[in-house]
Design a protein around this ligand. Sequence first.
Ligand code: ADP
Length: 287
Amino acid sequence: MDESTNSPAPAGVRVPEVAARDEAPRPPGKSVFSVQDLGVHYGAAQAVKNVTLEIEAGAVTAFIGPSGCGKSTVLRCFDRLNDLIPGARVDGRILYHGTDLYGDDVDPVEVRRRVGMVFQKPNPFPKSIYDNVAFGPRVLGMKVKMDDVVEQSLRRAALWDEVGKRLKENALGLSGGQAQRLCIARALATQPDVLLMDEPASALDPISTARIEDLIGDLKGDYSIIIVTHNMQQAARVADKTAFYSVEVNEESGHRTGVLVEYDRTDTIFTNPSDQRTEDYVTGRFG
Ligand code: ADP
């Protein structure tokens, strides 16, 4: 990085906008999720423990770390998908805009309307492009102008120009990258304020991956985005904040439990981490 961007510009010198933006510290934003001592068991086995962090509203947050350290498990807690896994138990608290996400009066279906999920493998339904996007609002009985919702969602997912004239075609005919953007449009159709993405580009070619990353940049601000990724360069490119998870091994039992090691601004995680385990991972010495 050009060190001169750290110094004030001499009078009359125009600092390039992008450099100025890179150097400006983000003011601490509001939290969309406040995670307090979260832990998840599958049966008797504890998959992840002691996770405490604030997810900033309107920002992109990346979860990185070696396979099996609990990234997807934590991600699934934000839309209560672990509720659907027999034997899974969630301890601790997650506040969503200040409300206990696991409170007795909270309807998990409403949670999943507001908190959309995009999976690793694009999974369009064997239906038309239109019916894929309209699926969520229909199932939820949302009183909306469906044509408008379908168009807006596809535009927001940067897919309208490619499919706007063939909405009746089967979605299974789309390319992998288009199918993934369709899944994003489908998630947006229920008007969520959070998008969870579990390795959304790992099954895609480099060009489709770049389009998904551009789209993430375009959606942030309007949506809070949490992305699990194995690709550290991707985290560095798209995320404002990054959480690094690792695995602790119990010496007696050999049991492996995921822990949150460090959570900070992405540039700090990658250039000046405070924990040796983070440094070893981001420099490729481990994992
Ligand atoms: P990561 O996303 O970091 O690769 P996961 O959250 O997928 O990690 O997994 C964390 C741990 O939880 C692993 O030991 C994994 O085997 C276990 N696990 C994940 N999902 C399930 C499940 N549905 N049932 C039982 N164990 C699971």
